[in-house]
Design a protein. Structure first.
Length: 197
């Protein structure tokens, strides 16, 4: 009905305007009919490609992590082995056997024990790179507690004590302790290595 009214109007400009408006609407409709499906295809392709790229990046990242773990894990295990060896070497029994020699005074043995611990620690200092912070703290505490036991027993000893007297006092003190500091540290290291595996 509206078309009939507009078409029967005698004003030529209005009739031309109406035809132009209808023509523009048809062009717009045609453009939208082409653009909307194209846009939908583009968005589907875009999101598919983005997901594929993300999946590929994740896969590469996982491969890199796996490759690094294959390289780093043996080095970490080696570091833990060296630390366990260090702890065994600074255990009081081992230290006394290695450093005690006939004719030593208690003071000489005391110095030899501390020097041996210091030397062993400095030799294994770089192993902390491959260890967790907690494990390294346990190792440092074991070393400090061992030194504390040695210093305490040396201070209790008489001035003219022999190395044999100090050794006996240290071993007696070891018997009184529930768990030697180095043994507790070794147990912690073993548990940590078991968790790594």
């Amino acid at each position: 009905m509206l078309n009939y009214l507009f078409l029967n109007i005698k004003v030529p400009n209005l009739r031309l305007y109406y035809y132009n408006m209808i023509s523009n609407m048809e062009v717009l409709r045609d453009i939208l009919m082409i653009t909307i499906p194209s846009l939908m295809v583009f968005l589907a392709a875009f999101f598919s490609m983005r997901n594929m790229i993300r999946n590929d990046q994740d896969k590469r990242r996982q491969e890199l992590i796996l490759q690094n773990s294959r390289t780093v894990t043996p080095i970490k295990l080696q570091a833990y082995e060296r630390i366990v060896l260090f702890l065994e070497r600074i255990s009081l029994e081992s230290l006394i056997v290695r450093t005690n020699s006939p004719g030593m005074s208690a003071g000489q043995l005391h110095n030899a024990l501390l020097n041996s611990i210091r030397s062993e620690f400095e030799h294994n200092l770089s192993q902390q790179i491959y260890m967790t912070q907690q494990a390294w703290e346990v190792v440092k505490n074991a070393r400090s507690n061992t030194i504390k036991i040695i210093n305490t027993e040396f201070e209790k000893a008489a001035e003219n004590s022999t190395a044999l007297d100090l050794s006996r006092k240290l071993l007696e003190r070891l018997m009184e302790i529930e768990k030697e500091p180095t043994r507790a540290a070794i147990d912690y290291i073993k548990n940590e290595v078991a968790r790594m595996m």
